[in-house]
Design a protein around this ligand. Structure first.
Ligand code: DGY
Length: 331
């Protein structure tokens, strides 16, 4: 009997212990125990020697890197839902399959979107800071203090009605919001009926009608700065926008100008254009209570990360067994 050689799998970031243990058992796994983000030269060395690369959203897997991959690299099994950091076309040209982890983080990301939808108009972070910044000292309740805006009965416009957008819509409906959405194509009549959702073919028209905009589409060349200065102008002065997708879907400079000039009321952002750096002007707006900022933690639950890891493992095993991996992006 011959024992099959374990695939050499290079993992760029620290993963939950349970996932690392399984990876060690199943693969010839090179782990990143101290979680230091890998440099481009380290990634080059990895693609020259590993059979499988497991990157995350913090790694830049561009054409230049893929070009340097050795012939042994056959799979990029991304530990992520989004693959905007991977040049999937360049990988396909080199005969490298790319997989991702869809669905593992749908509910968690939708929860965090809802948290921002509540946090912005109800001044959650501002209120919490009153206590922590003043060591628990506050003047007490007053009828006119810390007044936010009600969300019940308002209209939400969801940009991108995929899995996460739909999960946001379900939650928003339960909070008494009416659902509007813009997507490349309409969702099924059953889903529209379940959510009592209104489809807007024209994003511009939807933006002018809703009170809350939720960005839930992927980052692609077509969605880059989809929320441009012109589109932000279409929103109502009392409306606000939340983004748990990718920073570059919103033109961040234009967003800052819109909020500063009062053209829109605020924003809740979990993602930024130049992550991990955050525009200081956004931090200033956060101090003024106009925006709520989170450090890209929409999908950050232990359960979600384990589900993502399980998916990565299944994709690698299926691929190495000669079958089509379930979460294949390309080719
Ligand atoms: C992803 O996997 O795309 C997420 O943004 C990580 O939170």
């Amino acid at each position: 009997m011959t024992t099959r050689k374990k695939p050499k799998v290079y993992i760029t970031r620290k993963l939950p212990e349970a996932i690392e243990t399984r990876m060690r058992e199943l693969f010839d796994a090179e782990l990143n125990l101290d979680d230091r983000p890998r440099t481009q030269p380290e990634l080059v060395a990895a693609v020259k020697s590993a059979d499988v690369l497991v990157p995350t959203v913090t790694d830049r897997i561009d054409a230049a890197l893929i070009e340097q991959a050795g012939p042994q690299l056959k799979l990029i099994a991304s530990f992520s839902n989004g693959v905007d950091n991977i040049d999937v076309e360049a990988a396909a040209r080199k005969g490298i399959t790319v997989t991702n982890t869809p669905n593992a983080l749908t509910e968690d990301t939708a929860d965090m979107t809802m948290a921002l939808i509540l946090a912005v108009p109800r001044r959650l972070t501002e209120g919490a800071r009153v206590l922590t910044d003043n060591h628990g000292e506050w003047a007490g309740w007053s009828p006119t203090w810390m007044l936010g805006r009600r969300i019940f009965g308002k209209r939400i416009g969801i940009i991108g009605m995929g899995r996460i957008g739909t999960a946001v819509a379900r939650r928003a409906k339960a909070f008494g919001l009416s659902i509007h959405y813009h997507n490349r194509k309409r969702v099924s009549p059953q889903t529209e009926e379940e959510l009592n959702a209104t489809y807007w073919d024209s994003l511009d028209q939807m933006l002018a009608r809703v009170d809350i905009v939720s960005v839930n589409c992927p980052s692609t060349p077509a969605t880059f700065h989809l929320m441009s200065a012109r589109r932000l102008e279409l929103m109502q002065p009392t409306s606000f926008i939340v983004n748990t997708a990718r920073g570059d879907v919103i033109d961040e400079d234009a967003l800052i100008k819109s909020i500063r000039s009062g053209k829109i009321a605020g924003a809740g952002l979990d993602v930024f254009e130049k992550e991990p750096s955050v525009n200081p002007k956004l931090l200033k707006l956060a101090e003024q209570g106009k925006v709520v900022l989170l450090p890209h933690m929409g999908s950050a639950t232990l359960e979600g990360r384990i589900d993502m890891g399980d998916k990565v493992i299944i994709n690698i095993r299926t691929f190495c067994d000669g079958h089509r991996p379930p979460d294949r992006v390309l080719p």
